[in-house]
Write a protein that binds this ligand. Structure first.
Ligand SMILES: NC(=O)CC[C@H](N)C(=O)O
Length: 331
């Protein structure tokens, strides 16, 4: 039997889970040396490239955490998922999708090439910067703080605590935002922004600077795995239609220009951020085998050493390993 798989006689105990995940994290932690921490936002360079941590929270009550579980980090591009969800909740799905498409680009997250070359009527998708900044401009409210309040409230409702804003990261990103300002100006020229550009960009930099842990990502991931329902209270925190749309976008566009490979080799909706975080969502599945997270789970990963596409190099490998061993793929 392959290590980490289960036969009918195996009892899935907490120790059993922990031993496997610890082994896997230790193994993949060594591969962090092949990646590099992001440096275009100066303060992100301070992250320890050797860090790797994972938190998995199952619908069946099982949970496991391993590696560098206590390091917090900024959410970065993972915020694009929540911002999209909030914009859809505020404005309605049809309004948002009239202004941003749902097509993967195959280009880097901060590329603007398609928009210019193809003379599109709207940005490709809400998870590339051009689309994300457009979505941010749709949030209700006049100031960045007003615009972000519903997002904070949503996260607070899911997590049970209000996440903080990392002001140092916010300032570092704001002060080194040449590319995002270029995108902003281009969006103004195309008349895509629904709010003033400076306010929109400030809002965007702030949303990227929300501080989270891998446990936070696992908790949010589990709500998405359940189509927006909070397992504990049975409350619909995110409308089902919006949660499902967000997951479809995560699967097709969530891992930048590596989204196709991630869908093929890991097979679950996920979204990464340049600080090395990944949120992944394994919806419940019908399976004959006894596997730990068949009933669905949320996963949070942190590993700041990135690959060429800007995804956590060891985090992706770890997720691929776990998804293969425990058959998490939705396909
Ligand atoms: N890929 C990312 O996480 C990008 C987010 C980052 N704040 C940026 O726009 O540059």
């Amino acid at each position: 039997m392959i290590q980490g798989t289960v036969n009918w006689n195996t009892k899935i105990t907490q120790d059993w889970l922990q031993n496997y995940v610890d082994d896997w994290v230790t193994f993949y932690q060594k591969q962090t040396k092949d990646g590099e921490v992001a440096s275009y936002i100066p303060i992100l360079k301070e992250a320890d490239p050797k860090h790797l941590g994972i938190s998995i929270l199952g619908n069946n009550g099982l949970s496991v955490r391993s590696g560098n579980v206590d390091t917090t980090f900024t959410i970065q591009s993972i915020s694009k998922v929540f911002c999209f969800i909030v914009a859809c909740m505020e404005r309605g799905v049809a309004y948002v999708l009239d202004r941003v498409d749902v097509e993967p680009t195959g280009e880097a997250f901060n590329s603007i090439m398609h928009l210019e070359m193809r003379k599109l009527k709207k940005p490709f998708n809400p998870f590339v910067n051009a689309g994300a900044i457009t979505v941010t401009s749709m949030l209700n409210g006049k100031t960045p703080d007003e615009k972000l309040e519903p997002l904070f409230q949503l996260l607070e409702k899911i997590l049970g605590h209000r996440p903080s804003l990392n002001l140092d990261v916010y300032e570092s990103e704001r002060d080194s935002s040449i590319r995002n300002r270029a995108i902003g100006y281009y969006l103004v020229e195309l008349d895509y922004l629904e709010s003033n550009m400076d306010i929109t960009l400030e809002t965007y930099f702030k949303q990227c600077s929300i501080e989270v842990s891998i446990d936070d990502l696992a908790i949010i991931g589990r709500v998405l795995a359940n189509d927006g329902l909070d397992m504990q209270t049975d409350e619909e925190i995110i409308p089902r239609k919006i949660a499902r749309l967000a997951k479809a976008l995560m699967l097709t566009c969530g891992m930048y220009d590596a989204s196709g490979k991630f869908a093929a080799y890991v097979g679950i909706p996920a979204k990464s951020g340049v600080s090395g975080g990944i949120i992944a969502v394994a919806p419940p599945r019908v399976r004959e085998e006894v596997l730990p997270f068949t009933e669905g789970c949320g996963i949070g990963v942190y590993g700041p050493a990135l690959d060429n596409q800007g995804n956590s190099i060891a985090g992706i490998k770890l997720l691929k390993h776990i998804a293969t061993k425990w058959d998490l793929s939705i396909f």
